[in-house]
Ligand binder design. Sequence first.
Ligand code: ADP
Ligand code: SF4
Ligand code: MG
Length: 326
Amino acid sequence: MTAPPIVEVEDLKVHFPVQTSFLAREKPVVHALNGVSLAIERGDAFCLVGESGCGKTTLGRTIMGLTRPTAGDIRFEGATISRLSDGEMRPYRRRMQMIFQNPYASLNPRLTIQRTLEEPLRFHRPELNESEVKAHTRDVMVSVGNDPEWGSRYPHEFSGGQRQRISIARALMVDPDFIVADEPVSALDVSVQAQVLNLLMQVREARGLTYLFITHDLSVVEHFGTQVAVMYLGTVCELTTPKALFAKPLHPYSQLLLSAVPKLGRKSFKPVKVPGEVPSPIDLPTGCVFHGRCPHANQRCREEVPALNTVKARQVACHGVDEGRI
Ligand SMILES: Nc1ncnc2c1ncn2[C@@H]1O[C@H](COP(=O)(O)OP(=O)(O)O)[C@@H](O)[C@H]1O
Ligand code: SF4
Ligand SMILES: [Mg+2]
């Protein structure tokens, strides 16, 4: 029997209530995720791309158990984790860690670096004694290229790149198997982005980690991704290898996204922009959510939601591709 994927997401929906007058009869919701399905295999650097607001962070947070799904399932090594109590979730919380976009906000300014790193270890490994905790902290600091002497200092004493190295060390303290990295370098100076990305890839190799890597930077996908899912308005449009996507994007949105980056992979860390307006996730379009911007849209596209089907060794959600007209 083959092992199940490390993480599987099935028909995941996340809708956030919108604040309205309590007298309002209709209770509108933000449709952040509208039936996302994907599987992340052990060892993957699985990239999520798509414009701001398409639901990448919500997907990462929901997998981590930080946001409750409205519907659908999340499985970790085959076990459903999307409906667990806090206590039942605890062993999974050790095995899944998250690195956030903003290293200025994600470290507690009142804790020394030593305390910041020790905290998750003390919580998840209470059996360790004082000297074991200290030794482990030192080892992890060294493994990510941090000076162990930093331990007695506070986050404000460090630059963005150094703080992100500390955040990475914190995530590694509990020996996780799976890491969600949510735009981990986009808040950093361009000059240090590559160093932090390289560190992430190096620790993945050394520790056999699996990543869900959220980015709007396609050059990162090209260099580091093993799989890539293109998202638009809370749905996955296309899921394949970076090589296949860059060679020939099939979904019209992927085509538009790639055409918007003329110098792919050439040190450009610019956000992706596509012509046209993204519709509101509160009033979702009927049928294919991309139909208003798609040059290939027809009547069926306006009425029927396309399923994510396997086409030419990749998954694509598009009627035009299914019908062979794209
Ligand atoms: N806690 C929340 N409450 C209400 N709406 C939210 C919340 N979090 C995210 N959203 C909305 O959900 C959509 C997806 O957001 P997000 O997952 O942050 O996208 P991305 O990370 O791709 O930029 C956006 O429309 C955003 O405004
Ligand atoms: S389903 Fe139709 S509207 Fe949507 S991307 Fe495909 S062709 Fe365009
Ligand atoms: Mg985000």
